[in-house]
Each structure stands twice: as structure tokens, then as C-alpha cells.
Design a protein around this ligand. Structure first.
Ligand SMILES: Nc1ncnc2c1ncn2[C@@H]1O[C@H](COP(=O)(O)OP(=O)(O)OP(=O)(O)O)[C@@H](O)[C@H]1O
Length: 666
């Protein structure tokens, strides 16, 4: 490459006529030496431009600036061509440097053109025949967020990678209305080649406009239409010329009309006395107005539309009242149901969770209730033992709902009912993706019981592997969910229950001893019903009352014979069994008193006659007082008066009364 620098000494710099002289000289030298010449400002980092009017004018070379003339060959002819151009500028142009009046007019014209291009509200980019940017206006610079200095002389694709101008140069074909993405904006562009007098290619021009906003508005419009079409309200637009311009499908359907016959019609011709015409004329909004239209009751809101203070028509939105009435009555019905269930739940919670609902007057039950009431005030772990059906769950609920935690949750986990492989995730929860099917994370029972109580029912059936994990929670109140890395801390009160013989299970290695001691802080053992038969008559009375509501019956009581038989029975299923037998008897009962025939056969067939007067308990005799208590009770149940009972037993009524007091017989 051969190059030479010189200082421009022309008073007005390289203005239009000078640029034209240089271009003319360049084409002379091209025909003489068949060589291309290039020019650039010496201090500029951009590539040299092939000499052309566009390039020279874009460089805006001023007096005193140093320029570099070059040729991309290193030959003798290149040397001569560069030197001739150097001499031409240095000696001919630099010395002959005054601007004529004609030059001034041409220059003014060029400047005016430039200003027009800069102020036009579209983007303009011009490239020369080498794809270098030679003109870019303000609009385009704003769009690409750059400055003239950074882009002039640069290869177009380095500045706008999506530019199609190089292909316009190559193919010499106009491109019209092309969508182009520039710097996150959507533009529409026209592109054209710039051809010289002899049809030679001088460059290419792109004129474009940012239409991002237009596209955004179009999208918004489409979404808006979708909303209108999906709405159940009856919607109608009337434009500023009083023509119907839109009806939504709900409107068409409700009034059974086809929009194609209505759209474009004058509102005056369709509904000359309606509310819409009124709002159209007065331009005053009508809100929630009840009226009749086509014999149907509807409620409408009709509003004038103003855009930039200009009246653009009206919109009416209506709802048929029948539909609303239906909705309101549905809502009222749901509300009633809700109130009913709310009351039921409240009633249930009051009924079920008070100690008063635990029936029985026997010493053993009173002892249990005393401990349970004390346990309510404490936060210590409670272990409730007792045969199936003795009321363990009832006691657990009573403890929770009488404790300071009563406003938080009581969560029951039946350890025997949950499969071993699910128990851990049930208790401690799991994280999303912890196992196949875990599409969402789920909290465990311990999370749900935070600040409340967890009731671990059938704890004796908990698999030994889980017992270790449970022990950790009992010790530290800490655990990790399945698949979770974070240790979670909770504040949970533990009540456990079982009907299993934990001590034997420990001996057999089926229950952890350490867990047993952790659980067994407050021990409540519920006596089986056969050991507190004195509670049977009270329980029977309680169940009759409770079940009358459930069964919609009005049973008043039970005969004494029945009670005697019920007390003789050994109750393997305890209170649950008694409750079931009373429910059955109430179903069998024809009158309002349960009699022997209503009891199941296995109870009423228990024959007294073959038995001894006194039954031995496990082959052992009981203390005399126990028998005395039993006899007095039976007598009082049968005769209901101290006198009569005394007569039957051969003792005074006073003795009967004293014995009743002694043994707590009411
Ligand atoms: N003292 C009581 N007073 C009134 N009802 C009771 C009493 N004890 C138990 N019941 C009733 O007996 C039924 C069985 O009670 P519960 O479910 O509490 O027994 P459980 O010992 O937990 O039984 P399981 O070990 O089989 O789970 C329930 O309907 C309960 O309301």
C-alpha cells in the first residue's frame, strides 16, 4: 500500500465544488492508471474511504486538517497516481482556495440538504460502494443509540448486523416495506441502490421508520378485542358519527341479532328513544341504570368516550337482571349453607372437646380425668394407654382443646394406617422432586401442627426405623423434610396413644426403649369398661341423648333389666362397643323405652341362673365392700328409693342412704 499525507489549506475546507474536483481527478487517474484512490483524515481510526462525493462530504474536512491519500497497491503506477492526486490538492486546490459566489450557493444547498435529512422524522443511512457508512441522520443515530463519530466510515454490518444494504448494493434492486429489527426496535424500511450518471453503483440508501409502538398498539388492540369477546356482559360501541361500531358475541346472543346486519347502522334508526342515544346526545355517563329492553330487565352502564378531549362515541355495558338474580340467590344459598356448617363445626368442637363430655363417675375414670386436666396445663409429652375403644382419642382432644394451644391445630396421625414407606414424608413433608411424582413440595404433619399438638395414635404400630427419626424430633424439635437439606424447627406438643403392650414390645426389640421413656412423661391409662361397670348406666343415658339427634328419635330411656344385662357383659370393645349396641337397640326399639328385646342376642342370652350368686374375678374373691357396693347399686337401680331398696335387702333405709354416700351411688 502506498500513501501520502498533506495539510489542507483551502479556506472553507473541502466543500462541495472542491470535493467534486477531487472526484473528477480521481476518475481521470482511474482511467489513466486503472487504480482506485482512497482518502481519510490522518488522525481518524476509521478505514480509508474510496474517493467519492458521498465520502468526501461526509468527512467534512476543514482547513488545517491533515489528510491521507492512499492506494491499496504498492506499484509504480500506484506511486504515480497518489503523487498526482497529492500535487493536485496541494498545489492546485490549496493555492486556488477562495470560494466563489457560486461555490457558496452550492455549499448552502448541500448544508440545507443535510439539515433536511437530519430533521426528517424517519431514519436515513447511506453507504458508499464499499459498504461504509457515509451518512446517517439523527433519527437513525437515536435508534441505534450511537453518534456520528462512532459510525462514520464503519462497515455497515459492524454497526447494524441486520442491515440488508450490502445486498442492495450487490443486486441493485430496490427493497420496499421490509420489516427489520434494529436494536430491539421493529422498523419498516425502504432500500435503494444509488446509481451514477453512467449507471455505476455509488452506494445505497435505507429509509426506515420505527413501528414498535404501532405493533404494540396492534397487539393491545387484539388482546382488548379478545377480552370483549370473552365477556358475559353485553357490550356495544357507538362511534362519534352515531354508527354502531362494535357488538360483542354475548350481546348478539342475548338479543338474538346478527352483528353483520347492525354494524354501521345509525343508532337513531335502531333505538331512537333508548338510553344510548340519550348518553350520545348529553355526553353524560349513566351508571348501573335498571331498565327494560326488548321486554327484558337489564342493568346498564353507558359512558361517553373522550380521547384527547375529543368525543369518540359511547360504550354501553349491560347485564341481564335475571342472571344476576340467580347468582344472588345462589350466593345466598351458599351463604346459608356456610352458616349452617359453621354452626355445626362450632357445636361439634364445643361438644367433643370439653372434659364434661367424657362421661363416667367411677373412681378410675375420675383419676384419669384429674391427670388429663393437669396435662392440659403442661407442655409435656403424654402417653395414653388403654384397650381399643376406651376413649384415648377423646382424652387427647380434651387435653389439646383445654390447653393454651387450643386455638392452633390438633393434627392426628394414625401411625398404623400409613404405609411404612410413606410415613416419613407424611410426618416431615417432602420437597419438589424428592421422588417420582413429587411435582410440588408438601408440608408434613409436624409442620401443620406447629404451635399446636400432634396426636400420634397407635404409636405402638410405628415401624422401628421411623422410631429413631421421631426420637430426634422429640429431643430437639428439629427435622428435615424428605429430599430437603434445610433443618426445620417446630414447636409441637406431642400426645401419643396405643393399645399395645409397649413393655413386651421393648423386650422383643419391637419398640425403642429410649423412645418409650421420651413419650411416657405423663402417663394416662384408661381403664377398660368391664372394670368400671358403674359408669355403664351414665354412658347409656349419654348415648341415648346423643343418638336421638343423630337418628331423629325420641327414646326416653332404658329398662333396669337391660342395665343389669349390660353390666354383666365383659365389653371387649369397650365404650365404642357399648355405643354401637345402644345405637342398634334404638333402631330396634318400637316405643320410647329400650327393653331387653332390643338388645343383641349375645347380651340378653347371658343367663344368670346357672351362675353362682357371686362371680369370682380371675378365680379370686374381692373384698366384702366391693360386693356390698354392687348389691346396693343394683337395689337402687331397681327400686329407686332408699326405703324400697332397704326392704328388699333387709336393712333400714338410713343404712341404704349411708352406704350410697360411701360408695358414690347416686
Ligand atoms: N368416657 C366417655 N364418654 C363418652 N363417650 C366416650 C367415652 N369414652 C369413649 N367414648 C366414645 O367411644 C368411642 C371410642 O372412643 P375413642 O375413639 O376415643 O377410643 P380409642 O381408645 O381412641 O379407640 P382406638 O384405640 O380403637 O382408637 C368414641 O365415639 C368416643 O366418643
Amino acid at each position: 500500500m502506498y500513501k501520502k499525507t498533506l495539510v489542507v489549506n483551502i479556506n472553507e475546507g473541502i466543500h462541495t465544488r472542491i470535493a467534486a474536483s477531487i472526484v473528477l481527478k480521481t476518475s481521470e487517474l482511474k482511467s489513466k492508471y486503472n487504480i482506485n484512490l482512497f482518502i481519510k483524515k490522518s488522525n481518524s481510526s476509521s478505514e480509508p474511504f474510496a474517493i467519492s462525493m458521498l465520502a468526501l462530504l461526509s468527512l467534512k474536512i476543514q482547513k488545517g486538517e491533515t489528510i491521507e491519500i492512499s492506494c491499496n497497491e504498492d506499484s509504480e503506477t500506484a506511486y504515480q497516481a497518489v503523487n498526482e492526486m497529492f500535487n493536485f490538492i496541494n498545489f492546485e486546490l490549496n493555492s486556488n482556495n477562495t470560494m466563489s459566489k457560486l461555490d457558496a450557493i452550492i455549499e448552502e444547498n448541500t448544508i440545507a440538504n443535510e439539515q433536511i435529512i437530519d430533521n426528517i422524522p424517519v431514519g436515513i443511512i447511506v453507504i458508499d460502494s464499499n459498504c461504509h457508512i457515509v451518512k446517517i441522520n439523527e433519527y437513525a443515530l437515536n435508534l441505534i443509540d450511537s453518534s456520528e463519530k462512532k459510525v462514520y466510515g464503519k462497515y455497515i454490518k459492524d454497526i447494524i448486523p441486520t442491515s440488508e444494504l450490502p445486498s442492495v448494493l450487490k443486486d441493485r434492486i430496490h427493497q420496499i416495506g421490509q420489516i427489520q429489527h434494529i436494536n430491539n426496535n421493529i422498523t419498516i424500511s425502504n432500500r435503494a441502490p444509488i446509481l451514477g450518471k453512467n449507471n455505476e453503483i455509488l452506494g445505497a440508501i435505507s429509509v426506515f421508520q420505527d413501528i414498535s409502538e404501532v405493533i404494540g398498539i396492534q397487539e393491545l388492540n387484539e388482546k382488548f378485542i379478545k377480552i370483549l369477546e370473552a365477556s358475559h356482559d353485553l357490550i356495544c360501541f357507538v362511534d362519534e358519527h352515531r354508527k354502531i361500531s362494535y357488538l360483542n358475541p354475548a350481546y348478539e346472543k342475548h338479543f338474538n341479532i346478527n352483528k353483520n346486519f347492525i354494524l354501521g347502522m345509525d343508532l337513531m334508526d335502531i333505538s331512537p328513544n333508548g338510553l344510548r342515544i340519550k348518553v350520545f346526545n348529553t355526553k353524560e355517563k349513566l351508571e348501573k341504570f335498571f331498565h327494560r329492553k326488548d321486554n327484558q330487565e337489564i342493568v346498564s352502564t353507558i359512558e361517553p368516550i373522550f380521547i384527547d378531549d375529543k368525543f369518540k362515541g359511547i360504550i354501553s355495558i349491560s347485564k341481564p337482571i335475571n342472571e344476576m338474580k340467580e347468582l344472588v340467590s345462589k350466593l345466598e344459598r351458599s351463604q346459608e349453607e356456610l352458616n349452617y356448617y359453621r354452626d355445626e363445626i362450632r357445636r361439634h368442637s364445643l361438644l367433643n372437646f370439653s372434659f364434661k363430655e367424657i362421661i363416667g363417675n367411677s373412681g378410675s375414670l375420675r383419676e384419669v380425668l384429674y391427670i388429663a386436666q393437669k396435662a392440659s396445663d403442661s407442655t409435656s409429652t403424654v402417653l395414653i394407654r388403654g384397650e381399643s375403644g376406651t376413649g384415648k382419642e377423646l382424652i387427647a382432644k380434651a387435653i389439646h382443646y383445654n390447653s393454651p394451644r387450643k386455638n392452633n391445630t390438633l393434627v392426628r396421625v394414625n401411625c398404623a394406617a400409613i404405609p411404612e414407606n410413606l410415613l416419613e414424608s407424611e410426618l416431615f413433608g417432602y420437597e419438589k422432586g424428592a421422588f417420582t411424582g413429587a411435582t410440588n413440595s408438601k408440608p408434613g404433619k409436624f409442620n401443620l401442627a406447629d404451635k399446636g399438638t400432634i396426636f400420634l395414635d397407635e404409636i405402638g404400630d410405628m415401624p422401628i426405623s421411623m422410631q429413631a427419626k421421631l426420637l430426634r424430633v422429640l429431643q430437639d424439635m428439629e427435622f428435615e423434610s424428605v429430599g430437603g437439606l434445610k433443618t426445620q424447627k417446630v414447636d409441637v406438643r406431642i400426645i401419643a396413644a396405643t393399645n399395645r403392650d409397649l413393655e413386651t414390645m421393648i423386650k422383643n426389640g419391637q419398640f425403642r426403649e429410649d423412645l418409650y421413656y421420651r413419650l411416657n412423661v405423663i402417663n394416662i391409662t384408661l381403664p377398660p369398661l368391664r372394670e368400671r361397670k358403674e359408669d355403664i348406666s351414665l354412658l347409656v343415658e349419654h348415648f341415648i341423648q346423643k343418638l336421638n339427634t343423630k337418628l331423629n328419635k325420641n327414646i326416653k330411656g332404658i329398662t333396669n333389666d337391660c342395665i343389669i344385662y349390660l353390666e354383666k357383659y365383659h365389653w371387649p370393645g369397650n365404650i365404642r362397643e357399648l355405643e354401637n349396641i345402644i345405637e342398634r337397640a334404638m333402631n330396634m326399639c318400637d316405643g320410647n323405652l329400650i327393653t331387653l328385646k332390643d338388645l343383641p342376642f349375645h347380651i340378653r342370652s347371658m343367663d344368670n341362673k346357672d351362675e353362682n350368686l357371686i362371680n369370682l374375678v380371675d378365680g379370686e374373691l374381692l373384698p366384702l365392700e366391693e360386693y356390698e357396693k354392687e348389691i346396693i347399686k343394683i337395689a337402687m337401680q331397681k327400686y329407686k328409693s332408699f326405703n324400697k331398696a332397704g326392704k328388699a335387702l333387709g336393712i333400714t333405709h338410713r343404712t341404704v342412704s349411708l352406704k350410697c354416700k360411701k360408695y358414690g351411688i347416686t
